[in-house]
Ligand binder design. Structure first.
Ligand code: CTP
Length: 474
């Protein structure tokens, strides 16, 4: 039998073998053996190599008839964002989802049941004791005759009632009587969202298994009010609903919740200027796409970037480091957290409320204060520390030494270290050369991967995560 020496192969072939091997987590020799074994197998039993991939099918492809349509009950709460709930009905229907609406009394101050009913697939329900209802024990049937309940907008008051288990109107009675998944899209003034009572209620609901989308940060309906509290956009909610209705059941990360941060953060100097960095978000978005394809339930919290939402991923857009931390806290608990964002280390303490004008004395000095370290905060979480916490180390010199001390200082399990010096072309570019630092007690091991596209790095990283989580759980 002929013998084969990998060293003697041409450079291009060796590079592609190294890439395949890194992706599959095998040595190059083992990868060659695997390729030969596959090639020798009869065609009809040949299995694909590399990380297993689910083939997510669009809902439209799967829905055979109207009777098969997934059903959503949309509970519209009483806030100014109620008008966006009308658009949400359209976005859900576009995705082939049957929509039934329920409105609270307060919601009817903002939009009418007639409009919601006209846009939805049936009339809108408003009363706990509804003589017109064709359902016996109406709220029980409404609570069960659905695949998912969405609460949008969810006001602070409605969430407080949910957390308490109150059931004094149709909406809360349905929420108490349901055994279906619930997706909540909060919308309120930033001070109400930041209030300790709201935080307690959100934490309680998350413990009860309720899923959240948003709120986003931005302008409020009230003049001169901005911050975290805006309801997520209808399309974001519809995508999250679709992901909950069709969770991928296959793939090595099926059943795992993954949180990923990506992109830069923008730290305001005044309403028109900000401090930022050159991060494009591409690596974090690629990891999110890859993790979703591997079957995970992925929440991607991204700073301002010019990238489309990856398929099947819940994307939450934020501006500043503090917004990002707030959203990360809402997304916990998760199984795996990957912090790929290039978070600004400092923010401006004396950010101007109005545009800072040029004066004869020049620009006023900017006072900078340190931002919270999101990775370190989550790594040291007492109650909600994910099973696997992965950070990135963007360095321009002494890559491995700096990354090793970052791994220890931040308390995470792995660091993905990369050289971001301008000569590397990594910041904003499409390729990346990474080194994976892993920790076993005091020992740090370094695994250096060849240069790959950011998608290939993402696939290889997700494959490594799946193997590790699989081993830890077996
Ligand atoms: N990180 C974070 N929150 C911060 C700063 C960084 O979550 N406020 C995370 C990044 O997402 C990354 C890791 O910490 O996963 C390292 O980020 P990096 O910018 O390389 O390091 P810094 O902590 O900012 O340290 P330095 O700027 O001194 O290199």
């Amino acid at each position: 039998m002929a013998s084969l020496t990998v060293r003697k192969l041409d450079e291009a072939l060796k590079a592609s073998l190294r890439l395949r091997a890194a992706k599959a987590g095998r040595s190059v020799e083992d990868e060659v053996r695997m390729i030969l074994r596959e090639a020798a197998e009869p065609q009809d039993i040949k299995a694909p190599s590399g990380p297993a991939r689910s083939q997510p099918q669009s809902h439209r492809a799967r829905a055979a008839s109207a009777a098969d349509l997934p059903r959503v009950t949309l509970i519209i709460g009483g806030g100014i964002a109620a008008y966006k709930a009308l658009d949400l009905i359209r976005r859900l229907k576009e995705r082939g989802i049957h929509v039934r609406c329920v409105m609270t009394r307060a919601a009817q101050q903002f939009v009418t049941p007639l409009t919601a009913g006209a846009l939805a697939d049936e009339r809108c329900y408003t009363d706990l004791f509804d003589a017109q209802s064709e359902f016996d024990a109406g709220h029980i049937r409404l609570a069960r005759d659905t695949d998912l309940i969405i609460v949008a907008p969810a006001t602070a008051d409605l969430m407080a009632k949910m957390a308490q288990g109150q059931a004094d109107d149709l909406a809360t009675a349905i929420l108490l009587a349901t055994n279906r998944p619930v997706l909540v899209a909060p919308a309120m003034n930033p001070l109400m969202w930041a209030n300790a009572a709201t935080k307690r209620n959100v934490a309680q609901l998350a413990r009860d298994g309720v899923s959240f989308i948003g709120p986003n940060s931005g302008e409020m309906a009230e003049a001169n009010e901005a911050g975290v509290g805006r309801m997520s956009e209808p399309t974001e909610i519809a995508i999250a609903a679709e992901a909950m209705l069709h969770p991928p059941h296959t793939g090595p990360l099926a059943g795992k919740k993954i949180l990923i941060t990506a992109g830069p953060t923008h730290e305001p100097i005044d309403p028109v200027r900000y401090i930022a960095n050159r991060s494009s978000g591409k690596q974090g978005f690629a990891i999110a796409a890859s993790a979703a394809e591997a079957g995970a339930e992925v929440t991607l919290i991204s700073g301002p970037v010019d990238l489309d939402d990856p398929a099947g991923v819940r994307v939450i857009r934020v501006e500043s480091a503090r917004d990002m931390l707030a959203q990360v806290e809402v997304a916990l608990p998760v199984d795996i957290a990957i912090f790929a964002a290039a978070v600004a280390d400092w923010r401006v303490a004396n950010a101007g409320e109005q545009k800072i004008k040029k004066t004869a004395s020049g620009m006023p000095p900017l006072q900078l204060v340190e931002n919270p370290d999101i990775l370190a905060t989550v790594s040291k979480h007492q109650q909600n520390r994910p099973q696997l916490v992965i950070g990135f180390a963007a360095e321009t010199q002494n890559l491995i030494d700096n990354a090793t001390s970052k791994l220890k200082r931040k308390g995470c399990d792995w660091i993905v270290a990369n050289d971001v010096s301008p000569a590397s072309g990594v910041m904003g570019g499409d390729r990346n050369t990474v080194h994976i630092l892993t920790r076993d007690k005091a020992e740090v091991a370094v695994d250096s991967w060849p240069m790959m596209t950011k998608e290939e790095v993402a696939d290889a990283l997700v494959a490594k995560i799946a193997r590790t989580i699989g081993q830890q759980n077996s």
